[in-house]
Design a protein. Structure first.
Length: 425
């Protein structure tokens, strides 16, 4: 689909929810030499400069950073990416792995590391926080920087509301002190000093909550030649859905892909019953689709996944391969980035050394294919409908999304009921 059609789509659809217009691009390669960086020219009295915060953290003795990017932390994450080496900064597949990585760093150096994340990922960290870093076990100091989505009293998406309400309680229940990051520089440094005292005396994790609009702007930018693939995710998605049959069930992954899928249906004046939009629970769309495929063997089930989400809980691929549902078709849109939360790179961005198709074959998928152009997508989707699954299709696409991309206007409960009714027919 042409860019002009996509632009018109954005203008035709009206959405009731607020539209996120922050857009940040990264290279399709971790170590790209074509990256360029920009920072806000002046400190704003209303925001904390991410560079000032980064230097204050390093001054406190923390020099290793890892975690999963978050939209509230995107400016800080961008600064870390541009100013830390690959040895000192690792974007992990999930938040629990980041806690384990930070623990390994401490065991090797005796120093404290920072783990950054969205609060929706606190659940992924509970096990290593309680059975590894806890003072009763190995007593490991870690600075947790947590984006506070769904903060009480702040309007947010439905998947964040419940988590936002209990974020403080979850951390306190694990006996992890938590305080809100101040925008004032002096107050921020005082908080870091308090955390440092905690690390030296308690030798356990300390959490800092980050509210919306805490940081001033800092962006990762790429040169034009980094966009090596011809299609955006949205263009590729529209082509995929155009090739679907009326009875095909679709499970869309968390983030912008599901929002683009919703807009496609509106643009085409279709209903939304065929699509389950996984608005939360990042990384679990494939498991949801597997559960459907196993119970509806006569129905073609397509999981439309993202590279970051796939990597977060990649073990599900082993379950899919070994369960072997013939009606399971796994389509992964690989733009090498966490596109919905600032565009930070994923490991799948390294197309020379990282092979999603080889992983799928190793897990037991019957076939694993790649498509790049619209013509290849049409050809491969036609084949997927005939092939016995599980079959894996990787679509290599550009980073980025429209700045006017809206959000679904139907509630999650309406989506669930419509989709369940569709599956019964």
């Amino acid at each position: 689909m042409s860019n002009s059609v996509i632009f018109r789509l954005g203008r035709l659809v009206s959405f009731t929810a607020p539209v996120t217009q922050t857009f940040c691009q990264v290279s399709s390669c971790h170590q790209s030499q074509h990256r360029h960086f920009t920072v806000s020219p002046a400190l704003s009295s209303k925001h904390l400069n991410p560079g000032v915060f980064y230097e204050a953290i390093k001054d406190s003795g923390i020099n290793f950073f890892c975690g999963v990017p978050d939209s509230l932390l995107k400016d800080f994450c961008a600064y870390v990416t541009s100013n830390s080496s690959s040895k000192d900064h690792v974007i992990t597949a999930n938040e629990g792995a980041a806690v384990a990585l930070a623990s390994g760093y401490h065991l090797a150096t005796g120093q404290t590391a920072m783990v950054y994340l969205q609060n929706s990922g606190v659940g992924n960290m509970v096990n290593p926080l309680m059975s590894l870093a806890n003072p009763a076990v190995y007593s490991i100091p870690i600075l947790l920087l947590v984006g506070w989505r769904g903060e009480p009293g702040v309007k947010d998406e439905p998947q964040h509301i419940a988590q936002g309400r209990i974020t403080r309680n979850m951390l306190e229940c694990m006996d992890i002190p938590c305080e809100v990051l101040p925008k004032d520089v002096n107050a921020m440094k005082e908080l870091l000093a308090k955390a440092d005292h905690h690390f030296s005396t308690r030798k356990s994790p300390f959490a800092i909550l980050v509210k919306s609009k805490t940081f001033s702007s800092y962006s990762l930018k790429t040169s034009a030649q980094d966009n090596q693939f011809p299609l955006t995710r949205e263009e590729a998605l529209f082509k995929v859905v155009e090739c679907m049959n009326e009875n095909d069930a679709i499970v869309g992954t968390t983030g912008m892909l599901s929002r683009e899928l919703f807009e496609y249906r509106v643009f085409k004046k279709m209903g939304h019953a065929r699509d389950f939009l996984t608005v939360g629970s990042m990384g679990h769309a494939s498991a949801i689709a597997l559960g459907i495929a196993l119970q509806k063997p006569s129905r073609q089930v397509f999981c439309l996944d993202g590279d970051g989400a796939l990597l977060m809980h990649m073990g599900t691929m082993a379950s899919i391969g070994q369960q072997g549902p013939e009606n399971f078709k796994h389509v992964v849109f690989n733009n090498g980035a966490h596109d919905s939360v600032g565009g930070q790179p994923t490991e799948a961005a390294n197309h020379d050394d990282f092979d999603l198709c080889a992983i799928a074959r190793g897990c037991g998928y019957k076939e694993a294919l790649v498509a790049v152009t619209a013509e290849e997508i049409e050809e491969k989707l036609s084949y997927l409908h005939k092939a016995k699954g599980p079959v894996f299709l990787e679509l290599k696409v550009k980073v980025g999304a429209r700045s006017d991309l809206g959000r679904p206007t139907r509630t999650t409960h309406e989506n669930k009921e419509d989709f369940m009714t569709f599956l019964q027919h």
